[in-house]
Write a protein that binds this ligand. Structure first.
Ligand code: GNR
Ligand code: NI
Length: 188
């Protein structure tokens, strides 16, 4: 397992349209393991392969991205002193995902992106979707999603098309975000 470098805007590689996965092999499993490690380390709730420079249609999501290095809470019921797991992880892998039946109803979330660090903005997307995807063995799954899961999956699917959440903003707001990013990078 390895933490990989996350590409940041305006890196042109983030605009590439990712290719479907055709080989469900060990190389794919290693990519997915590395993506989870990179996402948890960041930390973020989702990551697309292109964000680590791999133009394949692979996403990982975990809506419970508690810091794995956080101090566990001490706990004292029944007289024993034991430690909670610091994380209740819910890792999910989506290969070759598709969105079916987006709802007419939209919802607005304040979004952020590991490739656009420290910039947050409201983005409106369909509130509910049906998603279809493959797992690491190539088996197909389908599920209805709403709430943060629906938003996050749509954010990640945008990455597969070379689209960032700031591309949903007005040109003025997008340019402000990119200027702020440039400024933050100069300060660092
Ligand atoms: O960590 C992330 N948080 C987030 C918050 C609201 C909507 C989408 C996201 S995804 C983001 C991680 C990321 O950049 N995934 O591509
Ligand atoms: Ni993102």
């Amino acid at each position: 397992m390895a933490i990989r470098e996350i590409l940041e805007a305006p890196d042109p590689r983030l605009k590439v349209v990712s290719e479907p996965v055709t080989r469900f092999d060990d190389e794919l499993k290693t990519l997915v393991e590395d993506m989870f490690e990179t996402m948890y380390d960041a930390p973020g709730i989702g990551l697309a392969a292109i964000q680590v420079g791999v133009p394949l249609r692979v996403l990982v999501i975990d809506l419970q991205p508690e810091d794995p290095d956080a101090e566990p809470e001490p706990c004292n019921h029944d007289g024993h002193h034991h430690h909670h797991q610091p994380t209740k992880r819910e890792p999910r892998v989506f290969i070759n995902p598709e969105i079916l039946d987006p709802s007419d109803e939209h919802s607005v979330y304040q979004e952020g992106c590991l490739s656009v660090p420290e910039i947050y903005a409201e983005v409106e997307r369909p509130a509910r979707i049906r998603a279809r995807w493959q797992d690491l063995d190539g088996n197909t799954h389908e599920e209805e999603m709403d709430g943060l899961m629906a938003t996050c999956l749509q954010h990640e699917m945008d990455h597969l098309e070379g689209i960032l959440f700031i591309d949903h903003l007005s040109r003025l707001k997008r340019n402000m975000a990119l200027k702020k990013l440039e400024k933050l990078r100069k300060a660092a």
